[in-house]
Design a protein around this ligand. Structure first.
Ligand SMILES: *Cc1c(COP(=O)(O)O)cnc(C)c1O
Length: 439
């Protein structure tokens, strides 16, 4: 490891910054996303074959944090963030098929990896402002709970979650409202896009920021993106040591943070093979990869609500990763899976094999089924992004039975929950924040 990696905006303006500054800021000042000046390359032999997920993460992320104060703490940060596994399991009923299970964290979705790593970084970064920091999160369901869990009861930090009222699952809503203490859930009379717009407006409001320091924990933060590389590296290296071949992945995709992490693992030289994106009815990426011009659009509601994204926020990072459009289009394939196919996939796999998937994971399983039907027999890892019990109102009627609930989710569901209503209006959020500034 030679030169320290510095980070600049995908929009190219502004100075390059060290990783700790990029993580503290979230978004670059010109509105772009932070990317490293160049992706490092890492030799697969650098990893301890007997290491834990946290050990793999430490080796993998070291070049990204080289010569930064956070770099000295990286092993501790990874140990603090990765307290649960991301097992790669064979699926006995499906030949040559693995499942990369990413839902063993406290809130039963893969967002726990990024949120916990980000929180572990922010805890260690010095702040010049003595006032409490308010972290604003717009969520379509899973991010809010993961961020709340990661910062719950942390001194001098407050988390304010905005979610679209009635558009998250009943258990997601309960989870968002169950923390209390330094976490507040606001149920917004609108859609996810409204929540996101309100958060962006607050973050960009200098007058408001002068009265109470605000930050975000959105998926565009490098502090969430980089740690997501760890489970792909860990799974692919394990597979490669055993089989001598790269591992192929099918990734349920919305904002493209999870899939981009997988592609970056391949770009830095680790044994990731083909990557396919499974999208829901929101077909911005499938349309692009089938040859159309990039056309972000309004999101439509689907059963896989955490992927209801019409303008994937990491797309500019994907573009940055490959030099030109032609190369980019060669890297990936993406397909859209509608609600009928999601339902059919959940019902048929439960019926035929006893395997139960959440609606997001089902999009990836559906693509696998299509590949197998076309005669593909190569090994694939399907990425499971959430536990099905989090989406019981969709899954249980389809499989005709109730699901066992993971211990941490059950503990949250046993707590009382509350949220406050809020109009889908930037001023309403502003007012709310000012009224609660002294809290
Ligand atoms: C957030 C989320 C996704 C989409 O991940 P992106 O990084 O936004 O592409 C998929 N599944 C679940 C369960 C999620 O919570």
């Amino acid at each position: 490891m030679s030169e320290p990696v510095r980070y600049h905006s995908t929009r190219g303006a502004g100075p390059t910054v060290p990783i700790s500054q990029a993580i503290a800021a979230g978004l670059a000042p010109d509105g772009g996303l932070y990317v490293p000046e160049a992706l490092p390359s890492i030799d697969p032999a650098a990893f301890d074959p007997h290491g834990s997920l946290a050990d793999t993460a430490t080796t993998l992320l070291a070049p990204f944090f080289a010569d930064d104060p956070l770099g000295d703490e990286l092993a501790a940060i990874c140990a603090e963030a990765f307290t649960f596994d991301a097992p790669l399991r064979a699926m006995p009923a499906l030949p040559n098929t693995m499942m990369l299970e990413l839902f063993q964290g406290p809130t039963s979705a893969f967002k726990d990896f990024g949120a916990r790593f980000l929180a572990a970084c922010l805890r260690r970064l010095p702040r010049t402002d003595a006032r409490p920091l308010t972290i604003l999160v717009a969520t379509s369901g899973d991010t809010g709970a993961a961020v709340a869990a990661a910062f719950h009861r942390q001194p001098n930090v407050r988390v304010v979650i905005l979610y679209p009222d009635g558009l998250v699952s009943p258990r997601q809503a309960h989870q968002l409202g169950c923390f209390g203490d330094n976490v507040t859930a606001l149920r917004v009379a609108g859609r996810f896009d409204d929540c996101q717009r309100m958060v962006k407006a607050a973050l960009g409001d200098a007058t408001l920021q002068a009265q109470l320091p605000l930050s975000s924990a959105n998926s565009i933060s490098l502090g969430r993106l980089l740690p997501q590389m760890s489970y792909y590296a860990h799974a692919a290296l394990g597979w490669w040591r055993e089989h001598g071949t790269p591992l192929n992945f099918i990734v349920p995709t919305g904002n493209l943070g999870n899939a981009l992490a997988c592609l970056w693992v391949r770009e830095i030289g680790l044994p990731v093979g083909t990557v396919r994106l499974a999208c829901n009815a929101n077909a911005t990426l499938p349309d692009y990869f089938s040859g159309a011009a990039y056309a972000p659009r309004e999101a439509v509601a689907s059963l896989a609500n955490a992927m209801d994204v019409g303008a994937p926020s990491n797309f500019d990072r994907l573009r940055w990763t490959y030099q030109d459009e032609h190369t980019l289009r060669e890297q990936l394939q993406a397909a859209s899976v509608d609600d009928a196919a999601i339902r059919q996939t959940i019902a048929s796999h439960a019926h035929d094999h006893g395997d139960v998937f959440c609606p997001h994971t089902a999009t990836a399983v559906h693509l696998l089924d299509r590949l197998r039907a076309s005669g593909d027999t190569t090994p694939w890892a399907v990425v499971a992004t959430a536990h099905p019990a989090k989406f019981e109102s969709v899954v249980e009627p389809l499989i005709g039975q109730s699901l066992a609930v993971p211990v941490s989710l059950a503990a949250m569901l046993a707590l009382p929950a509350s949220s406050e209503p809020l109009a889908a209006d930037e001023n309403a959020l502003r007012q709310w924040l000012l009224q609660h500034a002294q809290a």
